[in-house]
Design a protein around this ligand. Structure first.
Ligand code: PMP
Length: 413
């Protein structure tokens, strides 16, 4: 889509009213919230829905015959249907509720790993993964005697696909890569990564934590085998997330955790497991969180991800221009395909000091390694300051960010 600026479909003034926290004052200054990659703010629609659930519908699901339990079950399963449509999965049974992206990756690493990984096999990840897409694979590789291989990247923060092709061998059982990097903003060519893996007979997991709130995801178009994301990064509650998996694969995989709801029958001699998706949902889930996530999906659908993407790209372009003009500032992550993440370092000022001084001006950014220490090692820096954009941000807020950075420079000479 190429929409002229004056036709952008985001009604920013009204949208900001949907998010009560955005009118907060911080240290007496209007909040400028630019930490959306860490977590997003919640609209009234989500807050109200959770309230309604606890006030009017609260009961445990699946096991009750009484009215409240049936209502709660209905709402919980309705949310599953919303997620299925949102990412265009083929069936509700391919949508498994988890605690978040980290939980989803751990589930796949453990369950896929225990079912399919043998000594000498290989797992490919990339040089820009979040720790949650590194450590679970290291753990299962160690247990199974398999090995981790890493797709390298260039100085722009783009994956080297030729190197990736060389890494794919008959030993490669699964490739697990991030869609949009949380520390660099790189949008990876995941469709191509999937195609190459499949040609090699390998499965693919996509970490969509930073993707779902910023671009339309169609898991069948991508043809990925697994896709994971967190509710809190898409305007939903914390403690809830989604694992999408192709039914044919999930059916072959061993359960991750045992407990209530994931069984069909239990005797001391033998347990038979429930059908999908319940086989992977042991115990009482985050019912309010799931229902709240359903409300978040309705909300984002009402705005439209095409409009969101278009608007955020215009903010990214504007912010990149502003930051490039700041003397002594170096952007980390300059890929051609980029989402709204502006990671940078500043001469003479440590990122933590930048973050603290900006906070005094009401500006919330994140500083540190962003759970991607290998990315910091690759760029030879200890940390970055990171401003991350959502569709409720404005160009005026990016102006405030840059004047804040100028203040930091004054202080540090
Ligand atoms: N992957 C990426 C790319 C992320 O940005 C994050 C969160 N920063 C995660 C995984 C982990 O998400 P969560 O902490 O919600 O499980």
């Amino acid at each position: 889509m190429n929409i002229p600026e004056n036709k952008i479909l985001i009604d920013i003034e009204n949208i900001r009213k949907d998010f009560p926290i955005l009118s907060t004052l911080v240290h007496g200054k209007p909040l400028v919230y630019l930490d959306n990659a860490a977590t997003t703010q919640k609209p009234n629609a989500v807050l109200n829905m959770q309230n309604v659930y606890y006030k009017e519908q609260n009961a445990n699901i699946h096991r009750g015959v009484h009215h409240l339990s049936e209502t709660a079950t209905f709402e919980y399963e309705k949310a599953r249907g919303k997620i299925k449509n949102f990412i265009n999965a083929a069936d509700n049974k391919e949508i498994i509720f988890t605690a978040g992206t980290t939980a989803g990756i751990n589930l796949v690493a453990h369950s896929f790993g225990k079912t399919f990984l043998k000594a000498g096999d290989e797992v490919i990840i990339s040089a820009m993964e979040h720790h949650s897409n590194i450590v679970p694979w290291q753990m299962i590789c160690e247990e199974q005697g398999a090995h981790l291989r890493i797709i390298p990247m260039n100085d722009e923060g783009e994956l080297l696909l030729d190197e990736y092709k060389k890494l794919l061998t008959p030993k490669t059982k699964i490739v697990s890569v991030v869609y949009i990097s949380n520390s660099l903003g790189t949008v990876n060519p995941v469709k191509q990564i999937v195609e190459l893996a499949h040609r090699n007979g390998s499965k693919v997991l996509i970490d969509g934590a930073q993707a779902v709130a910023h671009t339309k995801v169609d898991v069948r178009e991508l043809d990925c085998d697994f896709f994971v994301f967190s509710g809190h990064k898409i305007f939903g509650p914390t403690g809830v997330g989604v694992l999408y998996g192709k039914a044919s694969l999930l059916e072959q995989m061993k359960p991750y955790q045992g407990g209530g709801d994931m069984i069909l029958s239990v005797t001391f001699e033998k347990t038979t497991f429930n059908d999908l998706p319940y086989k992977f949902e042991a115990g009482t889930p985050n019912i309010a969180g799931v229902i709240g996530l359903g409300a978040a999906i309705d909300y984002i659908n009402s705005i439209g991800l095409d409009a969101v993407e278009e608007y955020e790209q215009s903010l990214l372009e504007y912010g990149t221009g502003l930051l490039r003009a700041v003397k002594g500032l170096r952007l980390i992550g300059t890929a051609k395909a980029k989402a709204g993440i502006l990671s940078f370092v500043l001469e003479n000022a440590h990122p933590h000091d930048i973050g603290t001084i900006l906070d005094r001006q009401g500006i919330a950014i994140r500083t540190g390694h962003h759970c991607t220490q290998p990315v910091m090692q690759r760029f030879g820096i200890p940390a970055t300051a990171r401003a991350s954009i959502s569709f409720y941000n404005t160009k005026a807020e990016l102006d405030v960010l840059v004047s804040g950075i100028e203040k930091v420079k004054e202080i540090f000479g």
